[in-house]
Design a binder for this molecule. Structure first.
Ligand code: PLP
Length: 287
């Protein structure tokens, strides 16, 4: 061993965590955020918080800090597909979360890769279009391909701007939100939608829409979930953390309503505890 490297210390007295059962795995397919506040890095931290093994397929590289996104570079689509195929041949995750996909070709590769995912594995899609600073995290021409993925989703988690852009409805009023959620379920085929109300003026209530019934005349059950605004300025990566916390709940076997409830409480608490590490938005803190 070279002299400048410390010799590993013996582990005497260090208690290793004992796994309480077979390992459960959650997979995130998302962009890399070097700041660790959002994207794949954040998703893996959330999975770990819930005691899951986090697997990660990188869809895009970003150059960003806590203030803004400087560059977005999609990973070669064939390499995205290979990452998914090789992983799924070896490991079947208990849930999958999809985040920023950057380009139309990457979305199409992920669609192809998902064909290898068993139908009963829950899939949460966070349809990330832009970062909070307005930078595009998915090119405009990829939006239809992203929407075609919704029919495989257990849950889609758009914010109000994403719902407006993807289903061409104005979801900022309560009636508009209900109409947009119905469109995402009935016309675009999502099993459920969590329309996040954080960008609404006033109380940031979310709307959970769940498809009921099958066959010719499916319906939609709508549940408004009361939100509380936590003051204190911008926080980075809340959407990523919510979608991955819900995916974690599903991976642990919770039903959708409980996974959503647990995810929302988890993120609200992480926002209350958020801390600044850089000069821009604060980072979530999970306790
Ligand atoms: N960077 C990546 C790679 C992301 O996936 C996301 C969120 O989805 C963001 C940045 C955006 O984070 P924020 O909306 O907090 O700017």
């Amino acid at each position: 061993m070279p002299g400048h490297l410390a010799r590993p210390r013996p582990c005497i007295g260090v208690r290793r965590p004992v796994p309480s059962g077979p390992m459960r795995v959650a997979l995130s397919i998302a962009g890399s955020d070097p700041s660790g506040g959002a994207g794949l890095q954040a998703d893996l931290q959330v999975f770990r918080h819930f005691g899951l093994h986090g697997a990660g397929v990188v869809s895009a590289l970003t150059v960003q800090d806590s203030g803004r996104v400087h560059q977005v570079l999609p990973v070669f689509p064939s390499v995205v597909l290979d990452q998914i195929r090789v992983l799924l041949r070896d490991v079947t995750p208990h849930a999958v979360k999809i985040g920023a996909l950057a380009s139309d070709d990457v979305v199409r590769s992920v669609l192809l890769g998902l064909a290898d995912l068993p139908a009963d594995v829950p899939l949460v899609i966070d349809p990330v279009l832009r970062a909070s600073d307005g930078s595009f995290l998915l090119e405009r021409r990829a939006w239809p391909a992203l929407c075609s993925m919704f029919s495989r989703a257990t849950l889609v988690t758009p914010n109000l701007e994403e719902a407006r852009d993807l289903c061409e409805r104005d979801p900022f009023s309560p009636a508009g939100a209900e109409e947009a959620a119905r469109t995402l379920v009935l016309d675009m085929g999502a099993s459920a939608v969590l329309l996040k109300g954080g960008h609404r003026e006033g109380r940031p209530d979310d709307l959970l829409a769940i498809r009921e019934g099958a066959g010719e005349t499916p319906g939609v059950e709508l549940r408004w979930l009361e939100g509380t605004r936590v003051e204190g300025g911008p926080v980075h990566g809340t959407g990523c953390a919510l979608a991955s916390a819900i995916a974690a709940g599903l991976a642990l076997g919770h039903d959708l309503a409980n996974a959503v409830d647990q995810g929302r409480r988890f993120v609200a608490e992480a926002i209350r505890n958020a801390e600044a590490a850089g000069a821009g938005a604060r980072f979530l803190v999970y306790r």
